[in-house]
Design a protein around this ligand. Structure first.
Ligand SMILES: Cc1cc2nc3c(=O)[nH]c(=O)nc-3n(C[C@H](O)[C@H](O)[C@H](O)COP(=O)(O)O)c2cc1C
Length: 618
């Protein structure tokens, strides 16, 4: 397709997206996000296709595999349009029933809807009615779970590339920069730096050539926001990078994607080829005197490669190690040339800002944190998955209204935000608005969007140890405080959780934290102690219970547990003794068994196998 044809297509509103496809009686969208893929969506799609063929309905019903729809814990998911009926937790035989009942006879399969049919008035039929979506506001994720990511026409049909057309044909580069500045968009990769200011600094840099870089290294444990955008809506990022190229005067761009995301890489590669074919990348973009192209660089498999200076070294083919800033990438970035580097989600907001204006964008969110934020909601919460919320809603709304609350009637203990650089937000701050400043005030950070909910059965010392273990693995080893200091912190935490801690360890952890924060070379070390400091500030009594009373209040740390058998409950079945690898359990079948605490290695086997819960663990 030529640039003119694209323009015409855009002006006329394009073809049709999956959900509203013109020629078909119905469309079945099958969620192809990471969670649904691992729970078997490929089989669901196959069954739908086979059954439609069986009924001779292939020409009437279209099946599309989309990117992530969001509610991962309910997968595999299928949504049937035009009604938008949402089916969850599907097995292949359910897919067959959806075809036989819904698509053939127009009858919804109620047992597969979100609420159980017993409470008929509570059945949620359509996607708009689900509590999970009600408080969300989709901007960066507006097409995820709705379009076929490997079909550019579906993106175009949903206003895709219209922003690029507007920027190239109706705006000067400075006007684009001003628009992004006025929108108040802040970097979604962690630090929240004002995006427009970064664009302005790079645009003003005199040196040429300039580069545009997209950071898709996404290394925080549990985070999959950027992955979902790239897998589910890759053209959005290409369009934004091209707009950025025009705004700052760059002719080429790189997307640095972590190697563990093969589908994101595949979808991006397809999208780049399609965009080139449609005249939206390459020479004379949109038939204007503007050239811009994008290449993919596959990540080097290390968390620190997400740090911007390390990332650029890695693109240059060097070892991905951080270097000091200044100079900032806007002055000297890739190959020492001015470089604009933003995160995937930051870019994903740009087309909407250009299409709808700065005022539209900052009408969402709060004064200092306009817009929305995507979170990967995980942990002890009913509805885990991918959510996009307007900034400023409370953590309570996120955990209880969108997340559906804590399972098994347990109490909320804390939410960890910001991954290995972040901290935890406790129950007393559940009504705090989610924005950059509020999170910082309570000792955490927004980070890139990982949000782990923890219930009362979580040990906060163990959580701190988990993140420190991650940092020890991922420290690049270049500077001593980060390389050796974090290892020392990990060793102390390990001792504490093994029951070998001493009261002085708490002070040692604080001292090491301060030194590492002050003296580390890059952001990794400077923020590495945060999870320890935050858990110490909020849960010091839990650390004290470990070191002073040799007790883990949450009953998690194996080294601090003791096992015993209640003689009143024991039925003498001998399973505990048979499962014990060190013969620490004595007794005769039919009698009462006993555990020798000195021999016990706390492997938990006896607790797991006892059929009458006679083994207690405290
Ligand atoms: C150790 C470390 C890892 C990082 N990993 C990422 C990452 O995976 N993705 C990302 O966008 N930013 C990451 N950052 C932040 C980047 O250095 C940079 O600030 C960001 O990509 C800028 O984009 P933004 O302004 O759009 O947020 C990391 C920073 C540090 C210190």
């Amino acid at each position: 397709m030529t640039g003119n044809e694209v323009k015409q297509n855009l002006t006329e509103g394009g073809g049709g997206s999956s959900a509203s496809s013109g020629n078909n009686r119905a469309t079945a969208l099958v969620c192809g996000g990471a969670g649904c893929r691992s729970s078997g969506c490929a089989e669901i799609k196959d069954t739908l296709e086979r059954r439609l063929k069986h009924h001779d309905l292939e020409g009437e019903v279209q099946i599309i595999e989309t990117g992530c729809m969001g509610p991962c814990s309910l997968g595999p998911l299928v949504v049937i349009y035009p009604e938008g009926v949402f089916y969850k937790e599907l097995q292949p035989e359910d897919a067959q029933e959806i075809v036989d009942e819904h698509l053939l006879k127009g009858r919804k399969v109620e047992r597969l809807l979100v609420e159980k049919p017993e409470a008929r008035q509570e059945i949620k039929h359509s996607i708009e009615e689900l509590e999970f979506f009600k408080k969300q506001r989709k901007v960066a994720l507006e097409n995820c779970g709705i379009i076929d990511p490997s079909n550019i026409e579906e993106y175009i049909a949903r206003d895709g590339y219209r922003a690029l057309g507007t920027a190239l044909t109706e705006m000067k580069p400075q006007e684009v920069v001003k628009l992004i500045k006025d929108s108040g968009l802040r970097g979604r990769g962690g630090a929240g730096f004002p995006t427009g200011l970064k664009w302005e600094l790079t645009a003003k840099a005199a040196d040429e050539p300039k580069y545009v870089v997209c950071n898709a290294d996404e290394g925080d444990p549990g985070a999959f926001m950027d992955r979902s955008i790239l897998e589910g809506d890759p053209h959005r990022v290409l369009e934004a990078m091209t707009i950025a190229g025009y705004a700052i005067g760059a002719g080429s761009g790189y997307i640095y994607v972590r190697a563990e995301y093969p589908m994101a890489i595949d979808h991006l590669q397809t999208a780049i080829e399609e965009a080139r074919h449609y005249g939206l990348l390459g020479e004379d973009v949109f038939e204007q005197d503007f050239q811009f192209d994008i290449e993919i660089r596959v990540g080097a498999g290390s968390f620190v490669c997400g740090e911007e200076t390390a990332l650029m070294h890695s693109i240059e083919g060097k070892r991905g190690m951080p270097t000091p800033r200044p100079p900032y990438p806007a002055q000297k970035g890739l190959w020492n040339q001015p470089t604009l580097l933003n995160n995937v989600e930051t870019y994903a907001n740009v087309p909407n800002i250009v299409r709808n204006g700065a005022e539209w964008f900052n009408s969402m969110g709060t004064e200092n944190s306009p817009g929305t934020k995507v979170f990967a909601l995980a942990g002890d919460v009913r509805n885990t998955g991918l959510v996009e919320i307007p900034m400023g809603i409370t953590l309570r709304e996120l955990v209880y209204d969108i997340g559906g609350g804590i399972p098994e009637g347990k109490d909320f203990k804390a939410a960890q935000t910001g991954g290995p650089s972040g901290g935890c937000v406790t129950e007393e701050n559940l009504d705090m608005p989610i924005d950059y400043e509020s999170l910082q005030e309570v000792g955490s950070i927004m980070g890139s969007g990982g949000l782990i909910v923890m219930d009362e059965s979580t040990c906060m010392v163990d959580v701190a140890k988990f993140f420190m273990d991650f940092i020890v693995d991922e420290s690049c080893g270049q500077c001593t405080p980060c390389r050796d200091g974090t290892k020392q912190m990990y060793d102390i935490l390990n001792r504490i959780t093994a029951g070998e801690g001493e009261p002085k360890d708490i002070e040692r952890l604080r001292e090491l934290s301060e030194t590492i924060k002050k003296t580390s070379f890059c952001g990794l070390g400077k923020t590495a102690p945060n999870p320890v400091l935050s858990t110490l500030d909020n849960f010091e009594e839990e650390y004290r219970a470990h070191v002073e009373d040799k007790r883990c209040p949450a009953g998690v740390c194996q080294g601090l547990l003791s096992y015993s058998i209640d003689p009143q409950e024991c039925i003498g079945c001998s399973r505990c003794a048979e499962s014990c690898p060190v013969d620490a359990i004595d007794g005769e079948p039919g009698g009462v068994y006993q555990i020798d605490g000195d021999t016990c290695i706390k492997c938990d086997n006896c607790f797991q196998v006892c059929p009458v819960n006679a083994v207690s663990r405290s």
